[in-house]
Design a protein around this ligand. Structure first.
Ligand code: NAD
Ligand code: UDP
Length: 329
């Protein structure tokens, strides 16, 4: 009998790659999404896959599943700063109520659950690179607080279900991950720069561009999630690519890769934008025998190829995603 895995956030960037991965590895996949920041196009190809079922549902609302579930991956949540600033209350709800519902489901089904946490739990970090034992530097009332605190609550309730109810839990602290199926206009730096390169616009670098990030290609991340899910380690684990780069250098790399003649357009640095971010992945190396293998150049080429093939209407359309129709009051 194949095992069944429920994946929330299935129509999103990471969720859709995870659905592909587990369906291809012989799991029965139940994808759940309410499309608030996701796109049906990301999973359209799976609707004919015999291992795939889809449930359109908002996980902040109780969900009833009749069949047995062996594993749960909770990936539902806006992830782009622009998205979570547009839907701050929903972001708090999906990290808290949504996580509570899925932990309850895991308990009822005696399933193992892995939750998608984030490097944002470290806030604007005072420890560099970030290790899992660092408690972070988060401004709870700043604009990013809605995401960061939802994720910190998510980790806390997950550990409580592990300790109090004995639920088998795993926590992935994911650092900036990129690849095909990101929404071109979701505001995150890679789709933003690549969209601008394709539309022949100048690249919008925030601040002086001296802030750093470390970018992980999606295939590496999926592999890390798989290893973490099946490991015995039940405390948070950083998953990301430790190669750090400043945003200005990164913009120049993109101009070179895309053979664009555009310039850099410096814009104000958003409030609360972390100045440095780099994962220490020693724990993942030791516990999971995992580390990324895709170079930034290879990952960026694959991602740019994907964006280059998007239909023109997706390339030029401004992202006026109407979030309101997905929110149940
Ligand atoms: P995404 O926005 O592409 O995907 C999120 C998906 O969740 C979307 O399809 C959205 O419609 C769905 N969703 C949101 N609220 C929902 C709800 N209440 N019910 C059902 N579905 C809902 O974002 P992503 O980059 O794929 O991120 C996925 C997860 O990984 C998020 O939890 C995010 O916090 C985490 N994460 C991502 C990154 C990254 O770099 N991509 C980094 C750290 C953490
Ligand atoms: N950034 C930028 N221009 C953009 C979008 C983002 O300079 O058009 C910067 C942003 O200020 C941040 C970094 O790129 O320092 C990564 O931003 P992103 O939104 O991708 O993710 P974050 O790591 O901030 O959550």
């Amino acid at each position: 009998m194949s095992k069944t895995i429920l994946i929330s956030g299935a129509a999103g960037f990471l969720g859709s790659h995870l659905c592909d991965h587990f369906a291809d590895h012989g799991f029965r996949v139940v994808g759940v999404d309410n499309f608030i920041t996701g796109d049906k196009d990301n999973i359209q190809h799976l609707f004919n896959h015999s291992n795939f079922q889809f449930l359109e549902h908002d996980v902040t609302v109780h969900l009833e599943i009749k069949e047995p579930i062996d594993y749960i991956l909770h990936f539902a949540s806006p992830a782009s700063p622009i998205d979570y600033l547009k839907i701050p209350i929903h972001t708090l709800k999906v990290g808290s109520l949504g996580t509570h519902n899925l932990l309850g489901l895991a308990k009822a089904k005696q399933a193992r659950i892995l939750i998608a946490s984030t490097s944002e739990v470290y806030g604007d970090p005072l420890v560099h690179p970030q290790t899992e034992d660092y408690y972070g530097n988060v401004n709870s009332i700043g604009p990013r607080g809605v995401y960061d605190e939802a994720k910190r609550f998510q980790e806390a309730i997950t550990m409580a279900y592990q300790r109090f109810h004995g639920v088998e839990t795993r926590i992935a602290r994911i650092f900036n991950t990129y690849g095909p199926r990101m929404r071109l206009n979701d505001g995150r730096v890679i789709p933003a720069f690549m969209g601008q390169a394709l539309r022949r616009e100048d690249l919008s670098v925030f601040g002086k561009g001296t802030q750093t990030r470390s970018f992980c290609y999606v295939d590496d991340l999926v592999n890390g999630i798989h290893k973490l899910l099946f490991s015995d380690y039940n405390y948070p684990v950083n998953l990301g690519n430790p190669e750090e780069i400043t945003i200005i250098e990164f913009a120049k790399e993109i101009l070179e890769l895309t053979k664009s003649n555009q310039k850099i357009d410096f814009r104000p640095l958003p409030v609360g934008d972390p100045l440095r971010r780099q994962p220490d992945i020693s724990l993942a190396k030791n516990e999971l025998n995992w580390q990324p293998t895709t170079s930034r150049l290879d990952g960026m080429k694959k991602t740019f190829e994907y964006f280059s093939c998007l239909p023109k209407e997706k390339l030029y359309k401004t992202d006026h995603k109407d979030f309101s129709k997905h929110i149940k009051i």
